[in-house]
Structures are given as structure tokens and as C-alpha cells.
Design a binder for this molecule. Structure first.
Ligand SMILES: Nc1ncnc2c1ncn2[C@@H]1O[C@H](COP(=O)(O)OP(=O)(O)OP(=O)(O)O)[C@@H](O)[C@H]1O
Length: 247
């Protein structure tokens, strides 16, 4: 048995279902998903449009509540936490990176990175914010506002903001969706290095086999169910598995 299998998982989904009621009827976005994400691993979630990828990520992050099943993050059962406790856990243990960088346009890069700590009611030490910006290669751009940064730089600010609270897990939803290939690769290398160097657990939704090839393993979702798993696949192998699914 390897150390990875001995380590307690960072995130556990246990029989997670999520149904949405709408005027058009019921949609079963997740239909019983069970998976343990090992601590210090990078997992990509792939699947056709509407297969439940974003719903899975939202449930794993406590941004959405499952209809049934359990979600454990760092041993905490998210389903049993009230909103206040969930918010505290999200702010201390989880980081988020989205396709749209969600930076506040009026704030500098520095103040955007400092924001999560301020929201949690503390003034982050200047050195911690500066270190997070240095970590993503933006120490010289601290005083710039988002409009004065390229897309890739804005995404790196968003990653610094996700890392500054020293989370255990980072959830990323199409983090390279709005970036060109070279810039996207820098962002993926950065996510990869947070796993390799700092032992973070990263879960990333992506449509892009090249992005998914940076992960340790790829989970394939179809129609709300986990239907496949590929460990350490190349982009070509991942693309082949995807087209098999979409056939
Ligand atoms: N708030 C909601 N209300 C009703 N239905 C929803 C809601 N959110 C998602 N769904 C439905 O649940 C299913 C799964 O959606 P989800 O966004 O998780 O898929 P996805 O795999 O992330 O799709 P995409 O790749 O297109 O972003 C879809 O059928 C979607 O229409």
C-alpha cells in the first residue's frame, strides 16, 4: 500500500445525490456519487455538458447542499454544519478558483488577495499577502487593479487569493477556460506545484484534456454518475476516454 492510500482522504463524497425541482420537472444532477479524494492529490473532473461536474464541485465545497448523502472535508461533515460554521470552514480550509476570476475591480491585486482574511475578520500580515503574490510571480504587480492586468495575471491573483489562507483544499472550476494555451499552462503548473510542494488537495472541473493531464487522476461523470477513472493519463488518452463517453 502506498502512503497516498494510507493518508486520510481530504474530501469524501458518500452517496451524494442532488436533485433540482423546476417547473419543467425534476433534474437529478447527481445520482449517488461516492469518491474519496486523497490528501495531497490533484483530481480533474470531466464529462459532457450537463453531466453534473459543477454540481459535484459545489457540493464538495459546501456551496450547495446535497439532497442526500454525506460530504466530509478534513473530517468535517458539511451536511451537518449550519451556515455560519460552514462559512468559517470554507474561509479557513478551502480556496476557490473560477473561470471568471471574480476579482473586485476597485481593489488592487494586494487588496484582492487580502480580502478573504479581512472577510474572516482579521488583518492579514503584509508579509503573508506579499508571499502569496510572490508565489504566483506577481510581486511587482501588487498595486495594479484587475483592469491593468492580463487575463493570466488576474487568474494568478485569484490563485494567490485562494492560497493566502493556507487552505487544505482548492476547488477550481474551469480555471483555464478564459486563457490562451501558454497562459493556461502557467496556471496549471502553478496548481500542480501547490500539490507537489505544499501538499494541497486540488479538485478541478475542466473540459480540456490538456488541463486534465496535469492531474494525478481524472474522474469521468455522465448523467450524474461517476462512470470512469483514469490515473496519470496523457492528454491523448484523456481525450480518447472523453470521446468514448460522448459517443
Ligand atoms: N440551480 C439549478 N436548478 C435546476 N437545474 C440545475 C441547477 N443547476 C444545475 N442544474 C441541472 O443539473 C444538471 C447538471 O448541471 P451541472 O452544471 O452540474 O453540469 P456540468 O457538467 O457542470 O455542465 P457544463 O459542462 O455545461 O457546465 C444539468 O441538467 C443542469 O441543467
Amino acid at each position: 500500500m502506498t502512503t497516498a492510500t494510507l493518508a486520510a482522504p481530504a474530501i469524501v463524497l458518500d452517496g451524494v445525490t442532488r436533485s433540482y425541482g423546476s417547473r419543467a420537472g425534476r433534474v437529478d444532477a447527481l445520482r449517488g456519487v461516492t469518491h474519496a479524494f486523497g490528501a495531497g492529490t490533484f483530481t480533474a473532473i470531466m464529462g459532457p455538458s450537463g453531466s453534473g461536474k459543477s454540481t459535484l464541485l459545489q457540493c464538495a465545497a459546501g456551496l450547495d447542499r446535497p439532497t442526500s448523502g454525506r460530504v466530509l472535508v478534513g473530517g468535517h461533515d458539511l451536511v451537518r454544519l449550519d451556515e455560519a460554521a460552514l462559512t468559517r470552514l470554507r474561509r479557513s480550509a478551502m480556496g476557490f478558483v473560477f473561470q471568471a476570476y471574480n476579482l473586485l475591480p476597485a481593489l488592487t491585486a494586494y487588496d484582492n488577495v487580502a480580502l478573504p482574511a479581512r472577510l474572516a475578520g482579521r488583518r492579514p500580515p503584509r508579509g503573508e499577502v506579499a508571499a502569496a503574490l510572490t508565489r504566483v510571480g506577481l510581486e511587482a504587480q501588487q498595486r495594479r487593479r484587475p483592469a491593468e492586468l492580463s487575463g493570466g495575471q488576474q487568474q494568478r491573483v485569484a490563485i494567490a487569493r485562494a492560497l493566502v489562507t493556507r487552505p487544505q483544499v482548492v476547488y477550481a472550476d474551469e480555471p483555464t477556460g478564459a486563457l490562451d494555451r501558454t497562459t493556461g499552462r502557467q496556471v496549471l503548473e502553478l496548481l500542480r506545484s501547490t500539490v507537489d510542494d505544499e501538499g494541497l488537495t486540488v479538485v478541478m472541473v475542466t473540459h480540456d484534456p490538456v488541463a486534465a493531464s496535469y492531474a494525478d487522476s481524472v474522474l469521468f461523470l455522465e448523467d450524474g454518475l461517476l462512470v470512469g477513472h483514469l490515473a496519470r493519463g496523457t492528454a491523448a488518452q484523456i481525450a480518447a476516454a472523453m470521446s468514448e463517453l460522448e459517443r
